[in-house]
Design a protein around this ligand. Structure first.
Ligand SMILES: CC(C)(COP(=O)(O)OP(=O)(O)OC[C@H]1O[C@@H](n2cnc3c(N)ncnc32)[C@H](O)[C@@H]1OP(=O)(O)O)[C@@H](O)C(=O)NCCC(=O)NCCS
Length: 200
């Protein structure tokens, strides 16, 4: 457990198969994920059982970190390591190689979310700062974010040292109104910090 600031009720928990009550954590993560991404601008539709199955599988090779407030899951950050990253199509791999991005050592931030009523209190930044402190001097980081978020989420990542590298992709999703539509995603990368000052 990693405690945020002085508040003893806030913790970051890296979960794995052996974590106590892991099924409860996966249930809470799935419910939170579904509620966050069913809201605008995403309006994505997810089946709870499929999410639970998918997150349980992800525990095998990816890193799932939960933000717990008084033991309840109120946020998450999901990481994928190196070539074990679901967005690495042939095209994206080639485009990242073209800018000399070190995919092998990279960490992909697959998703970050904070429950709606907890936003604006620094939790998202704490989740990101934890990842940057832990990995930022050893691994280049990257992520994909929606262009429809206009500048807000992009600005959030820019403040944390991520740059838009002008790699774009259309991603097809099932929406809450039953339709299927594309949205534009952009890639942002954060090169390794020069200093060797990581938390292990
Ligand atoms: C993006 C998200 C995780 C940010 O979490 P948060 O806890 O609200 O963010 P914080 O309170 O830590 O804010 C960190 C900084 O980003 C800024 N910021 C965060 N979200 C912002 C927004 N929507 N608009 C403007 N600024 C924003 C804050 O002002 C703050 O700036 P500061 O460091 O200069 O004070 C949260 O808004 C969220 O879950 N959104 C829905 C899911 C999502 O879009 N995820 C990203 C998918 S790519």
């Amino acid at each position: 457990m990693y405690q945020i600031a002085e508040n003893k009720s806030l913790e970051l928990e890296i979960i794995n198969h052996k974590t106590l009550n892991v099924q409860r954590s996966i249930q809470e993560l799935s419910a939170l994920y579904k509620s966050i991404f069913s809201e605008p601008p995403y309006n994505e539709d997810f089946d709870m059982d499929e999410l639970i199955t998918s997150f349980t599988k992800q525990l095998e090779s990816n890193t799932i970190i939960l933000l717990k407030v008084s033991n309840l899951t109120q946020g998450f950050i999901l990481l994928e390591h190196g070539y074990n990253c679901h967005v690495l199509s042939e095209t994206i791999t080639e485009e990242l190689n073209n800018i000399d991005f070190d995919i092998k050592n990279s960490i992909y931030i697959a998703d970050i979310g904070v429950s709606k009523n907890m936003r604006g209190r620094g939790f998202g930044k704490s989740l990101m700062t934890y990842i940057i402190t832990k990995y930022g001097s050893k691994n280049p980081l990257y992520l994909r974010t929606g262009k429809f978020n206009n500048d807000k989420t992009i600005l959030f990542y820019e403040k944390l040292g991520f740059d838009n590298v002008n790699i774009e992709e259309d991603v097809e999703n099932l929406r809450t109104d039953g339709t299927i539509s594309d949205d534009k995603r952009i890639y942002m990368i954060r090169e390794m910090d020069n200093h060797i000052n990581s938390v292990t």
